[in-house]
Ligand binder design. Structure first.
Ligand code: CP3
Length: 342
Protein backbone atom coordinates (compact mmCIF):
# COMPACT_ATOMS: atom_id res chain seq x y z
CA UNK A 1 0.00 0.00 0.00
CA UNK A 2 1.49 3.36 -0.95
CA UNK A 3 1.68 5.94 1.83
CA UNK A 4 -0.61 8.08 -0.33
CA UNK A 5 -3.53 5.65 -0.25
CA UNK A 6 -2.99 4.33 3.30
CA UNK A 7 -6.27 5.03 5.08
CA UNK A 8 -6.11 7.72 7.78
CA UNK A 9 -7.61 5.27 10.26
CA UNK A 10 -4.62 2.92 9.81
CA UNK A 11 -2.19 5.83 10.19
CA UNK A 12 -3.74 6.80 13.51
CA UNK A 13 -3.83 3.19 14.69
CA UNK A 14 -0.09 3.01 14.07
CA UNK A 15 0.39 6.01 16.35
CA UNK A 16 0.32 9.00 13.99
CA UNK A 17 -1.39 12.24 14.95
CA UNK A 18 -3.29 13.77 12.02
CA UNK A 19 -4.34 17.39 11.65
CA UNK A 20 -7.84 16.21 10.81
CA UNK A 21 -8.69 12.98 12.63
CA UNK A 22 -10.41 10.15 10.79
CA UNK A 23 -14.12 9.91 11.58
CA UNK A 24 -16.68 7.11 11.50
CA UNK A 25 -19.74 6.35 13.61
CA UNK A 26 -20.86 3.23 15.41
CA UNK A 27 -24.06 1.97 13.71
CA UNK A 28 -23.42 4.28 10.77
CA UNK A 29 -25.33 1.75 8.69
CA UNK A 30 -28.84 1.59 10.05
CA UNK A 31 -32.28 2.94 10.62
CA UNK A 32 -31.54 6.69 10.48
CA UNK A 33 -31.02 6.16 6.71
CA UNK A 34 -34.20 5.79 4.60
CA UNK A 35 -32.34 3.59 2.10
CA UNK A 36 -31.46 1.22 4.98
CA UNK A 37 -35.09 1.01 6.06
CA UNK A 38 -36.13 0.22 2.47
CA UNK A 39 -33.49 -2.51 2.13
CA UNK A 40 -34.29 -3.96 5.57
CA UNK A 41 -37.98 -4.23 4.59
CA UNK A 42 -37.01 -6.70 1.84
CA UNK A 43 -35.30 -9.14 4.26
CA UNK A 44 -37.30 -11.90 5.96
CA UNK A 45 -35.57 -11.29 9.30
CA UNK A 46 -32.53 -9.51 10.73
CA UNK A 47 -30.24 -12.56 11.00
CA UNK A 48 -30.83 -13.63 7.37
CA UNK A 49 -30.20 -10.01 6.38
CA UNK A 50 -26.80 -10.09 8.15
CA UNK A 51 -25.96 -13.46 6.54
CA UNK A 52 -26.86 -12.39 3.00
CA UNK A 53 -23.57 -11.03 1.58
CA UNK A 54 -25.16 -8.93 -1.20
CA UNK A 55 -27.65 -7.30 1.15
CA UNK A 56 -25.18 -6.83 3.98
CA UNK A 57 -22.61 -5.32 1.59
CA UNK A 58 -25.24 -2.93 0.29
CA UNK A 59 -26.15 -1.88 3.86
CA UNK A 60 -22.45 -1.41 4.69
CA UNK A 61 -21.91 0.81 1.64
CA UNK A 62 -25.05 2.96 1.97
CA UNK A 63 -23.59 5.46 4.47
CA UNK A 64 -20.30 5.55 2.52
CA UNK A 65 -22.08 6.77 -0.61
CA UNK A 66 -23.77 9.72 0.98
CA UNK A 67 -21.35 10.73 3.75
CA UNK A 68 -17.55 11.30 3.89
CA UNK A 69 -16.81 8.73 6.62
CA UNK A 70 -13.12 7.70 6.78
CA UNK A 71 -13.96 4.07 7.48
CA UNK A 72 -16.65 1.50 6.91
CA UNK A 73 -17.76 -1.16 9.42
CA UNK A 74 -19.11 -4.43 8.08
CA UNK A 75 -22.84 -4.87 8.50
CA UNK A 76 -23.30 -7.81 10.87
CA UNK A 77 -24.15 -8.32 14.54
CA UNK A 78 -22.39 -9.47 17.69
CA UNK A 79 -25.12 -12.08 18.22
CA UNK A 80 -24.20 -14.06 15.10
CA UNK A 81 -21.67 -16.00 17.23
CA UNK A 82 -24.20 -17.47 19.71
CA UNK A 83 -26.36 -18.42 16.71
CA UNK A 84 -23.41 -20.11 14.99
CA UNK A 85 -22.61 -21.95 18.24
CA UNK A 86 -26.08 -23.48 18.22
CA UNK A 87 -28.12 -21.19 20.49
CA UNK A 88 -31.36 -19.89 19.02
CA UNK A 89 -31.22 -16.10 18.33
CA UNK A 90 -33.97 -13.94 16.89
CA UNK A 91 -35.02 -10.28 16.87
CA UNK A 92 -38.52 -9.10 17.68
CA UNK A 93 -39.55 -5.73 16.25
CA UNK A 94 -39.18 -3.01 18.86
CA UNK A 95 -37.93 -5.45 21.51
CA UNK A 96 -34.35 -6.14 20.55
CA UNK A 97 -32.67 -9.53 20.58
CA UNK A 98 -34.05 -12.74 22.06
CA UNK A 99 -32.03 -15.90 22.70
CA UNK A 100 -33.25 -19.43 23.37
CA UNK A 101 -32.06 -21.64 26.22
CA UNK A 102 -28.30 -21.74 26.79
CA UNK A 103 -26.98 -25.02 25.32
CA UNK A 104 -24.68 -27.13 27.52
CA UNK A 105 -21.05 -26.01 27.57
CA UNK A 106 -20.03 -29.33 25.99
CA UNK A 107 -22.50 -28.76 23.16
CA UNK A 108 -21.19 -25.20 22.60
CA UNK A 109 -17.58 -26.41 22.71
CA UNK A 110 -18.39 -29.00 20.04
CA UNK A 111 -19.63 -26.28 17.67
CA UNK A 112 -16.60 -23.95 17.76
CA UNK A 113 -15.03 -25.26 14.57
CA UNK A 114 -18.31 -25.39 12.62
CA UNK A 115 -19.28 -21.89 13.79
CA UNK A 116 -16.64 -20.21 11.63
CA UNK A 117 -17.94 -21.94 8.52
CA UNK A 118 -21.50 -20.86 9.28
CA UNK A 119 -20.23 -17.27 9.40
CA UNK A 120 -18.40 -17.32 6.05
CA UNK A 121 -21.14 -15.07 4.55
CA UNK A 122 -19.70 -12.26 6.73
CA UNK A 123 -16.33 -12.86 5.05
CA UNK A 124 -18.04 -12.64 1.66
CA UNK A 125 -19.64 -9.34 2.70
CA UNK A 126 -16.21 -7.99 3.65
CA UNK A 127 -14.72 -9.03 0.30
CA UNK A 128 -17.57 -7.41 -1.62
CA UNK A 129 -17.25 -4.18 0.37
CA UNK A 130 -13.45 -4.08 0.11
CA UNK A 131 -13.70 -4.41 -3.67
CA UNK A 132 -16.17 -1.51 -3.86
CA UNK A 133 -14.59 0.86 -1.35
CA UNK A 134 -11.99 3.51 -2.23
CA UNK A 135 -8.48 2.54 -1.01
CA UNK A 136 -8.34 5.62 1.25
CA UNK A 137 -11.24 4.34 3.31
CA UNK A 138 -10.55 1.55 5.79
CA UNK A 139 -12.76 -1.47 6.33
CA UNK A 140 -13.48 -2.59 9.90
CA UNK A 141 -14.53 -6.09 10.97
CA UNK A 142 -15.76 -6.87 14.48
CA UNK A 143 -16.98 -9.29 17.09
CA UNK A 144 -18.70 -8.90 20.41
CA UNK A 145 -16.30 -9.34 23.31
CA UNK A 146 -16.76 -12.57 25.31
CA UNK A 147 -18.40 -11.12 28.45
CA UNK A 148 -20.94 -9.09 26.45
CA UNK A 149 -21.78 -12.03 24.18
CA UNK A 150 -21.92 -14.48 27.12
CA UNK A 151 -24.17 -12.07 29.02
CA UNK A 152 -26.71 -12.12 26.16
CA UNK A 153 -26.42 -15.92 26.04
CA UNK A 154 -27.15 -16.18 29.78
CA UNK A 155 -29.78 -13.44 30.04
CA UNK A 156 -31.64 -14.47 26.88
CA UNK A 157 -31.77 -10.84 25.70
CA UNK A 158 -31.35 -7.27 26.86
CA UNK A 159 -31.47 -6.62 30.62
CA UNK A 160 -29.39 -5.12 33.40
CA UNK A 161 -26.94 -8.08 33.28
CA UNK A 162 -27.64 -9.08 36.90
CA UNK A 163 -28.37 -12.69 35.96
CA UNK A 164 -25.10 -12.97 34.04
CA UNK A 165 -23.11 -11.35 36.86
CA UNK A 166 -24.71 -13.67 39.38
CA UNK A 167 -23.72 -16.59 37.12
CA UNK A 168 -20.11 -15.29 37.25
CA UNK A 169 -20.20 -15.40 41.08
CA UNK A 170 -22.14 -18.61 41.58
CA UNK A 171 -20.62 -20.69 38.79
CA UNK A 172 -17.15 -19.17 38.25
CA UNK A 173 -15.71 -22.20 36.47
CA UNK A 174 -18.65 -22.44 34.08
CA UNK A 175 -18.41 -18.71 33.41
CA UNK A 176 -14.70 -18.89 32.66
CA UNK A 177 -15.31 -21.83 30.36
CA UNK A 178 -18.15 -20.06 28.54
CA UNK A 179 -15.95 -16.97 28.08
CA UNK A 180 -13.19 -19.16 26.74
CA UNK A 181 -15.53 -20.89 24.26
CA UNK A 182 -16.76 -17.51 22.95
CA UNK A 183 -13.17 -16.23 22.81
CA UNK A 184 -11.96 -19.23 20.80
CA UNK A 185 -14.88 -19.00 18.36
CA UNK A 186 -14.18 -15.25 18.04
CA UNK A 187 -10.50 -15.78 17.25
CA UNK A 188 -11.42 -17.99 14.30
CA UNK A 189 -14.19 -15.64 13.21
CA UNK A 190 -11.97 -12.53 13.38
CA UNK A 191 -9.08 -14.27 11.59
CA UNK A 192 -11.54 -15.20 8.83
CA UNK A 193 -12.65 -11.54 8.64
CA UNK A 194 -9.04 -10.30 8.40
CA UNK A 195 -8.36 -12.76 5.61
CA UNK A 196 -11.50 -11.64 3.78
CA UNK A 197 -10.50 -7.95 3.80
CA UNK A 198 -10.98 -6.42 7.25
CA UNK A 199 -8.07 -4.01 7.87
CA UNK A 200 -9.05 -3.23 11.46
CA UNK A 201 -10.84 -5.42 14.01
CA UNK A 202 -13.01 -4.10 16.81
CA UNK A 203 -14.09 -5.85 20.02
CA UNK A 204 -17.44 -4.55 21.29
CA UNK A 205 -17.64 -4.90 25.07
CA UNK A 206 -20.93 -3.08 25.43
CA UNK A 207 -21.55 -4.26 28.99
CA UNK A 208 -18.30 -3.42 30.77
CA UNK A 209 -20.12 -1.05 33.10
CA UNK A 210 -20.80 -1.57 36.77
CA UNK A 211 -18.24 -4.33 37.32
CA UNK A 212 -16.07 -4.46 40.43
CA UNK A 213 -12.35 -4.31 39.74
CA UNK A 214 -11.59 -8.02 40.13
CA UNK A 215 -14.49 -9.05 37.90
CA UNK A 216 -13.54 -6.41 35.31
CA UNK A 217 -10.07 -7.95 35.14
CA UNK A 218 -11.37 -11.54 35.04
CA UNK A 219 -14.30 -11.33 32.64
CA UNK A 220 -13.34 -8.33 30.50
CA UNK A 221 -9.54 -7.87 30.29
CA UNK A 222 -8.47 -11.52 30.43
CA UNK A 223 -10.74 -12.78 27.60
CA UNK A 224 -9.70 -9.78 25.46
CA UNK A 225 -6.06 -10.83 25.97
CA UNK A 226 -7.00 -14.42 25.00
CA UNK A 227 -8.50 -13.19 21.73
CA UNK A 228 -5.56 -10.94 20.86
CA UNK A 229 -3.00 -13.63 21.66
CA UNK A 230 -5.03 -16.14 19.63
CA UNK A 231 -5.04 -13.83 16.63
CA UNK A 232 -1.33 -12.97 16.89
CA UNK A 233 -0.48 -16.68 17.26
CA UNK A 234 -2.30 -17.28 13.97
CA UNK A 235 -0.16 -14.57 12.38
CA UNK A 236 -3.00 -12.02 12.14
CA UNK A 237 -1.36 -8.62 12.68
CA UNK A 238 -4.45 -6.50 12.00
CA UNK A 239 -4.78 -3.51 14.38
CA UNK A 240 -7.45 -3.90 17.06
CA UNK A 241 -9.77 -1.37 18.69
CA UNK A 242 -11.19 -2.39 22.08
CA UNK A 243 -14.41 -0.79 23.33
CA UNK A 244 -14.92 -1.40 27.05
CA UNK A 245 -18.13 0.65 27.27
CA UNK A 246 -18.79 1.92 30.75
CA UNK A 247 -15.33 0.94 32.07
CA UNK A 248 -15.07 4.45 33.49
CA UNK A 249 -11.74 4.92 35.31
CA UNK A 250 -10.86 1.25 34.68
CA UNK A 251 -10.40 2.17 31.01
CA UNK A 252 -6.82 2.97 32.02
CA UNK A 253 -6.29 -0.52 33.47
CA UNK A 254 -7.77 -1.91 30.26
CA UNK A 255 -5.36 0.16 28.15
CA UNK A 256 -2.40 -0.90 30.30
CA UNK A 257 -3.11 -4.63 30.29
CA UNK A 258 -4.78 -5.37 26.93
CA UNK A 259 -2.60 -5.08 23.85
CA UNK A 260 -5.08 -3.24 21.63
CA UNK A 261 -3.88 -0.48 19.29
CA UNK A 262 -6.75 1.77 20.29
CA UNK A 263 -9.26 2.14 23.11
CA UNK A 264 -12.74 3.38 22.17
CA UNK A 265 -14.16 5.63 24.89
CA UNK A 266 -17.78 6.09 25.85
CA UNK A 267 -19.69 9.35 26.35
CA UNK A 268 -18.86 9.56 30.06
CA UNK A 269 -15.09 9.49 29.54
CA UNK A 270 -13.42 12.65 30.91
CA UNK A 271 -10.79 14.50 28.84
CA UNK A 272 -7.90 13.60 31.18
CA UNK A 273 -8.60 9.83 31.09
CA UNK A 274 -8.42 9.89 27.28
CA UNK A 275 -5.26 12.02 27.35
CA UNK A 276 -3.53 9.59 29.72
CA UNK A 277 -4.39 6.60 27.50
CA UNK A 278 -3.26 8.56 24.43
CA UNK A 279 0.31 8.57 25.76
CA UNK A 280 0.60 4.93 24.71
CA UNK A 281 -2.18 4.27 22.20
CA UNK A 282 -4.75 5.80 19.91
CA UNK A 283 -8.15 6.69 21.34
CA UNK A 284 -11.57 6.85 19.74
CA UNK A 285 -14.80 8.52 20.86
CA UNK A 286 -16.76 9.96 22.59
CA UNK A 287 -19.51 12.15 21.16
CA UNK A 288 -22.86 11.60 22.86
CA UNK A 289 -25.39 10.05 20.42
CA UNK A 290 -28.09 12.07 22.22
CA UNK A 291 -26.24 15.29 21.43
CA UNK A 292 -25.83 14.19 17.80
CA UNK A 293 -29.58 13.70 17.66
CA UNK A 294 -30.27 17.04 19.39
CA UNK A 295 -27.95 18.98 17.04
CA UNK A 296 -27.59 22.76 17.07
CA UNK A 297 -24.70 24.93 18.29
CA UNK A 298 -24.11 22.66 21.33
CA UNK A 299 -23.19 19.87 18.92
CA UNK A 300 -20.64 22.09 17.14
CA UNK A 301 -19.20 23.20 20.47
CA UNK A 302 -18.74 19.62 21.68
CA UNK A 303 -17.07 18.57 18.41
CA UNK A 304 -14.66 21.53 18.75
CA UNK A 305 -14.00 20.54 22.35
CA UNK A 306 -13.25 16.92 21.42
CA UNK A 307 -10.88 18.04 18.65
CA UNK A 308 -9.26 20.43 21.08
CA UNK A 309 -8.86 18.05 24.03
CA UNK A 310 -7.74 14.97 22.09
CA UNK A 311 -6.65 16.26 18.67
CA UNK A 312 -2.99 16.69 19.73
CA UNK A 313 -2.51 12.92 19.92
CA UNK A 314 -3.63 9.88 17.91
CA UNK A 315 -7.39 10.33 17.80
CA UNK A 316 -10.36 8.92 15.87
CA UNK A 317 -13.57 10.92 16.10
CA UNK A 318 -16.58 8.70 16.82
CA UNK A 319 -19.63 8.47 19.02
CA UNK A 320 -19.52 7.10 22.55
CA UNK A 321 -22.18 4.55 21.54
CA UNK A 322 -24.28 3.74 18.46
CA UNK A 323 -26.17 6.33 16.45
CA UNK A 324 -29.86 6.52 17.41
CA UNK A 325 -32.43 5.55 14.75
CA UNK A 326 -34.23 8.93 14.88
CA UNK A 327 -31.07 11.01 14.34
CA UNK A 328 -31.49 13.61 11.55
CA UNK A 329 -29.03 12.94 8.71
CA UNK A 330 -28.35 16.71 8.61
CA UNK A 331 -26.75 16.47 12.08
CA UNK A 332 -24.41 13.73 10.90
CA UNK A 333 -23.50 15.91 7.90
CA UNK A 334 -22.90 18.85 10.24
CA UNK A 335 -20.33 16.89 12.28
CA UNK A 336 -18.61 15.38 9.24
CA UNK A 337 -18.31 18.80 7.64
CA UNK A 338 -16.70 20.20 10.77
CA UNK A 339 -14.23 17.32 11.05
CA UNK A 340 -13.34 16.61 7.42
CA UNK A 341 -13.80 20.10 5.99
CA UNK A 342 -15.83 18.48 3.17
O1 CP3 B 1 -23.05 0.11 11.27
C1 CP3 B 1 -22.58 -0.65 12.14
O2 CP3 B 1 -22.16 -0.23 13.25
C2 CP3 B 1 -22.39 -2.12 11.82
C3 CP3 B 1 -23.41 -3.01 12.21
C4 CP3 B 1 -23.68 -3.37 13.67
C5 CP3 B 1 -24.97 -3.76 14.10
N1 CP3 B 1 -24.87 -4.21 15.40
C6 CP3 B 1 -26.17 -3.73 13.27
C7 CP3 B 1 -27.51 -3.73 13.92
C8 CP3 B 1 -22.82 -3.52 14.76
C9 CP3 B 1 -21.33 -3.18 14.88
C10 CP3 B 1 -23.57 -4.06 15.85
C11 CP3 B 1 -23.00 -4.42 17.16
C12 CP3 B 1 -23.90 -4.81 18.24
N2 CP3 B 1 -25.03 -5.56 18.18
C13 CP3 B 1 -23.66 -4.51 19.60
C14 CP3 B 1 -22.45 -3.79 20.14
C15 CP3 B 1 -22.56 -2.30 20.05
C16 CP3 B 1 -23.58 -1.71 20.97
O3 CP3 B 1 -24.56 -1.14 20.43
O4 CP3 B 1 -23.41 -1.77 22.18
C17 CP3 B 1 -24.71 -5.05 20.35
C18 CP3 B 1 -24.90 -4.96 21.84
C19 CP3 B 1 -25.57 -5.73 19.43
C20 CP3 B 1 -26.78 -6.53 19.75
C21 CP3 B 1 -27.98 -5.92 19.15
N3 CP3 B 1 -28.26 -5.90 17.81
C22 CP3 B 1 -29.03 -5.25 19.83
C23 CP3 B 1 -29.11 -5.03 21.33
C24 CP3 B 1 -29.95 -4.86 18.86
C25 CP3 B 1 -31.29 -4.23 19.09
C26 CP3 B 1 -31.19 -2.83 19.49
C27 CP3 B 1 -31.44 -1.96 18.32
O5 CP3 B 1 -30.67 -1.04 18.07
O6 CP3 B 1 -32.48 -2.20 17.67
C28 CP3 B 1 -29.41 -5.22 17.59
C29 CP3 B 1 -30.05 -4.99 16.26
C30 CP3 B 1 -29.24 -4.29 15.23
N4 CP3 B 1 -27.90 -4.52 14.97
C31 CP3 B 1 -29.71 -3.32 14.31
C32 CP3 B 1 -28.64 -2.96 13.49
C33 CP3 B 1 -28.66 -2.02 12.33
C34 CP3 B 1 -31.16 -2.85 14.23
C35 CP3 B 1 -32.02 -3.96 13.71
C36 CP3 B 1 -32.92 -3.60 12.54
O7 CP3 B 1 -32.53 -2.90 11.59
O8 CP3 B 1 -34.04 -4.12 12.55
Amino acid sequence: MSEHSKPDLLKVLSGETLKRPPVWFMRQAGRYLPEYRALRATAPDFISFCLNPEMAAEATLQPMRRLPFSASIVFADILLIPGALGQKVWFEAGEGPKLGELPSLDALEGEIEASTFKLTPVGQTLSLVRAALEPERALIGFAGAPWTVASYMIEGGSSDRSKARTFAYERPEDMDRLLDIVARASVRYLAMQAEAGAQVLKLFESWAEGLPEDLFERIVCKPHRTIIKGLRDLGVDTPIIGFPRGASSMAQHYADTVDVQSVALDTACPAHVGQAIQKTKAIQGALDPLLLRAGGPALDRRVEQLLDQWGDGPYILNLGHGILPDTPIAHVEQVLKRVTGQ
